[in-house]
Write a protein that binds this ligand. Sequence first.
Ligand code: ATP
Length: 355
Amino acid sequence: MQNENMSIIEVKDVSKFFGEKTALDHINLSVKKGEFVTILGPSGCGKTTLLRLIAGFQTASEGEIRISGKEITQTPPHKRPVNTVFQKYALFPHLNVYDNIAFGLKLKKMPKAEMEKKVKAALKMVGMTDYEYRDVNSLSGGQQQRVAIARAIVNEPEVLLLDEPLAALDLKMRKDMQMELKEMHRRLGITFIYVTHDQEEALTLSDTIVVMSEGKIQQIGTPTDIYNEPINSFVADFIGESNILNGTMVKDCRVRFCNHEFECVDKGFGENMPVDVVIRPEDLYIFPVSDMAQLRGVVQSCIFKGVHYEMVVLCGDYEMVVQDYHAFEAGTEVGLLIKPFDIHIMKKERTCNTF
Ligand code: ATP
C-alpha cells in the first residue's frame, strides 16, 4: 500500500558513464508521491541523463532505481509507470490532435468509447477542449506543448517526467504555462519530475529543487531553503544573483572581508579559516555615505531592472552588486550595511570576484 509520504522514486547510488565521461556521479534521490520536483543545473550537468534513466531510455552504469518500491533499473520504458514530455513536442505531424493523444491508447487496444472519454478528459485538463480535430501543425508552440502534455497524462502515469517542456516558448507564454502546469499538477495529484536550467522557473514551480553540477547533486531542498540557505557558493551563484567574496573567519562569529570585520552567524568554522562569503544584492542596504556605513564605495553603474535598480559599487578592491528601489547614479559615494544573518558563510570552494 502507498501512502502520501512514501517515496515513489528512489535513485540509489546511480552513476552513468559514457566512455570516459562521467555524466552522473553517485546520485541519491528520493521523490515523494505527488511531489513536484525540479532538477536544476547548468547545461551538461546531467539533468537529462538522470531523467532518461528514470524514464528507461538509458540504463544506469551503477546503482539502482526503484519506482513504487519496485526495482526497475533494467525495465524498458513502456513497462514503467512514467511518461515523458520533451522540449520538442514530438507530436506526430500527420495526425490530428485527437489521434496524437489517442495514439498510445489505440496501441493498447482500448475500447473506442472509453478511449474517447479519456482523450476528452485529457484535453479538458490542458484547456484544449475544442481542438480535438485540429491539425497539430496549425497550433502555436504553447498549444502543441499542451497536446504533448495531454498525450502523456492520458495514459494516467504515476509519474510525469518533463524535460525543459517550456524552453521553446516565448517569455510570456512560458510564464502562463508555468502557472498552468502548477495548477495541472495540483489537479492531477501525480508526481512531476521537471528538468530545467532556469532558476526562476524552478523557484516558481517546485515543492523540491535538486541542484546539480558536473554530474553531482549539490543540494536538495525547498525553493526557500535553496534560495535562503544555499549550501555552497555554486548553489548561491546559480540560484540567484550573489556577491561571492573571499573571507577569513575571525573568532566569536566574526568574519573579515572587504578589509572590514563583520558580525555573522556561527557556522562552526575555525579561527583564521578561509571561507566564501555570499551576500544577495537585495540584502545590501545602500544609502548616501555617512558614519553608519560598514562599507563605503563609489557607484560604478546603475541599471533600471523593471521593479528595482541594480548598482555595481566599488568598495576598495571589491565590486558589490546591490539592488534597491532607489537609483544611485554612477559616481555617487555611498555607504553599505549588511545584517549579520544576511552574511552567508560557506566552505571555500573556488576563487571569488575580488579584483
Ligand atoms: P542540457 O541542459 O544542455 O541538456 P544536461 O544537464 O541535461 O544538459 P546531459 O544531457 O544529461 O546534461 O549530459 C551530461 C553529460 O553527459 C554531458 O557532458 C553530455 O555531453 C554527456 N552525454 C550525454 N549523453 C551522452 C551520450 N549519449 N554520449 C556521450 N556523452 C553523453
